[in-house]
Design a protein around this ligand. Sequence first.
Ligand code: NAD
Length: 399
Amino acid sequence: MMHEKDFDICVVGGCGHVGLPLAIAFARAGIDVVVFDVNPVAVESVNSGTMPFKEPQGPELLNEVRANGSLHASTDPSVVARSNAVVVVVGTPVDEHLNPDPHAVPLAVEQLAEHFREGQLLVLRSTVYPGVTRLVEEVVDRLGLGIDVAFCPERIAEGKAFTELYSLPQIVSGRTDSAVKRASELFSRLTSEIVVVSPEEAELAKLFTNTWRYIKFAAANQLYMIANEHGLDFERIRHAITYEYPRAADMPGAGFAAGPCLFKDTMQLAAFNNNNFTLGHASMMVNEGLPLYLVDRMERRFDLKNSTVGILGMAFKAESDDIRSSLSYKLRRILRFKAGTVLCTDPYVTVDADLVPLDEVLERADILVVAAPHPEYRDLDPVQETIDVWNVLGRGVTV
Ligand SMILES: NC(=O)c1ccc[n+]([C@@H]2O[C@H](COP(=O)([O-])OP(=O)(O)OC[C@H]3O[C@@H](n4cnc5c(N)ncnc54)[C@H](O)[C@@H]3O)[C@@H](O)[C@H]2O)c1
């Protein structure tokens, strides 16, 4: 049974990887939250107290807010009309040709047009193509309602939601003082620091945040390949660079830079700048090229055609069940073409029927590749040759 009274906040797309943690965090802050999501399976899961995906602390905190009645989920868009504020956090992927879709968020808002009402606060939280806040303002203007529009990007990393929602400063932007004030008050319920900029500055700040990270991973991956080509272990070199040397302290290790955000946001920024983004495109070539590079190196060392290769870790990062844009799958595709047999395993991923247990992979594979640095692999001591660009096993990273 849905609550009879109005809600403080409706989170549109609130069963997703960032929408649900946000909805739970608001509910824990004493706010009455309703989630509107078009995915009935996820809505059902949330209403029965089960997280639809893995997020540390998620199960306990979801149970807490379900038990005290501060969070409900629904597939009925009319809950939007019963809420004082509406936060939109629907997905904003690029298409298969890497084109962003500037209409994803305005469309989601337009589809809810009949449910908006006078005086609401509308917060956009998806990562958007620059200019989308303006497009949404135009949609809202056409409704003729006094709605405050704010763009307040989400900057958490999956797996860290319930620490970062409280610790990261919140970027708040809006065209009017009222929008900025109301959005600032809302996010002050979660975090103590608010950074106010214009909507266009906030849109670029969010894209630059992810792009910056993507470029850093690309730099590490390119240096890894250079070292490797010369028979040197990048991890030993990285240790020499970073040890007690503050200016390089944040130099990342090598590894698959993947997932639903970094790549697509770098491509959104490239498209926004008429594809004049040498550094972004070069980063894409390096990061997306790493699986093929590894296979090429493996081909030189092993009789791949007659080998069984085991891939350890299919999620896009450690301790995650999220396989969206995971480079482990790109690796699998290449190896299925080049190797005799490919076996894949992952302790977290539940959505891939082709996975087999770790023990089976360890028993049957001639060569292993650690593709996601899950902690479960740290204590392994495999007898077969293991490609471990992450240095999870601590045996070095040369291939
Ligand atoms: N995943 C991350 O780590 C992360 C971090 C920061 C920002 N972001 C951004 O947040 C946004 C959401 O990402 P996500 O990873 O949570 O995506 P997601 O696919 O996990 O979640 C999106 C949710 O929106 C729902 N949805 C889609 N269209 C809808 C509509 N019209 N009305 C109602 N619900 C709808 C989907 O059913 C889904 O539950 C994206 O813009 C992304 O770039 C993601």
